[in-house]
Design a protein around this ligand. Structure first.
Ligand SMILES: NC(=O)c1ccc[n+]([C@@H]2O[C@H](COP(=O)([O-])OP(=O)(O)OC[C@H]3O[C@@H](n4cnc5c(N)ncnc54)[C@H](OP(=O)(O)O)[C@@H]3O)[C@@H](O)[C@H]2O)c1
Length: 261
């Protein structure tokens, strides 16, 4: 698909360094768009930008930002204000395992900044631009933990539900003008996901059942503009269907709680 013709010259990936963000950046570059790569590890982002520019013959811009900081988005808006923007994806996330009250308040504040405040600021900003120009696309990433609720990772799950519901509603509001999608992921083999997996047979089983970031991105871009809320992967769709149809909210929370215990 020629994404550049459809959406515009530049796309921004907010959390691009590796995993799903990297796969999303590659996908829009493949579609002819220049990429703005945002994250904390500047050197890695420059390496990725160079790789993408060489492979897909597009331009890239790296912006170093930490979304847990209050005004992280302002510099991003300033640095992209003269670009013809046509795509945005909010990928970065922050979680902290533990009971709500056992997690330091500072972490809650950081999670709110990464998962809600900076997300909302960026979504609001680029939706304003895309709506005015009557073209553009957005993909925001949610999680199955936002479907079930997420004991021992409660704040993260609740934030992911917020991202999904806000994006679904805005996607409806902007249908026919801007292609907006809430993409809900299950286990996906990214460096940060691998860090949280057990070793041995259990870890091997988890990896075998998980998706690759590239397969996730392929499915999303096949459906962008057609589906506003997508649970990515057949296995994940079956699970969501089962939770919605067969389990009470208590049972769904118990399922996820036992998983994290
Ligand atoms: N992986 C899974 O199994 C899974 C499952 C369900 C949902 N999801 C969702 O899918 C999305 C991508 O998952 P992922 O595993 O690829 O995520 P990730 O690796 O944790 O984050 C993606 C990128 O965001 C950047 N980032 C993280 N925190 C940041 C911050 N404070 N400021 C700026 N950039 C930041 C990181 O680069 P830097 O370190 O360079 O900043 C990283 O490359 C997330 O929204 C997640 O909730 C993932």
């Amino acid at each position: 698909m020629n994404l550049k013709e459809k959406y515009g010259e530049w796309g921004i990936i907010l959390g691009a360094t590796e995993g799903v963000g990297k796969a999303t950046a590659e996908k829009i570059a493949q579609g002819g768009m220049n990429v703005v790569l945002v994250g904390r590890r500047e050197e890695k982002l420059h390496e990725l930008g160079k790789e993408i520019s060489e492979k897909y013959n597009v331009e890239h811009l790296v912006i170093k930002a930490d979304f847990s900081e209050e005004n992280a988005a302002d510099e991003i808006f300033e640095k992209t204000k003269d670009l013809d923007m046509g795509f945005m994806s909010y990928v970065a996330c922050l979680h902290r395992f533990g009971k709500l009250q056992d997690t330091e308040w500072e972490w809650h504040q950081k999670m709110l900044n990464v998962n809600i405040n900076t997300f909302l600021k960026c979504f609001y900003h680029y939706m304003g631009i895309f709506t005015k120009q009557k073209r553009g696309a957005v993909v925001n990433y949610s999680s199955l933990t936002g479907v079930t609720s997420s004991p021992y990772n409660a704040q993260y799950g609740a934030c992911k539900a917020y991202i999904a519901k806000l994006t679904e509603a805005v996607a409806y509001e902007s249908r026919g003008c801007v292609d907006v999608m809430a993409a809900t992921l299950g286990s996906t083999i990214t460096p940060s996901w691998l860090q949280n997996q057990p070793g041995g047979e259990e870890g091997k089983k988890a990896i075998a059942a998980a998706m690759t970031p590239e397969a996730v991105a392929d499915e999303i871009f096949e459906n962008l503009g057609k589906v506003r809320s997508l649970v990515v992967g057949e296995r994940n769709r079956k699970n969501v269907h089962h939770w919605h149809c067969d389990l009470t909210a208590d049972e769904a929370a118990e399922y996820m709680g036992k998983f994290y215990e």
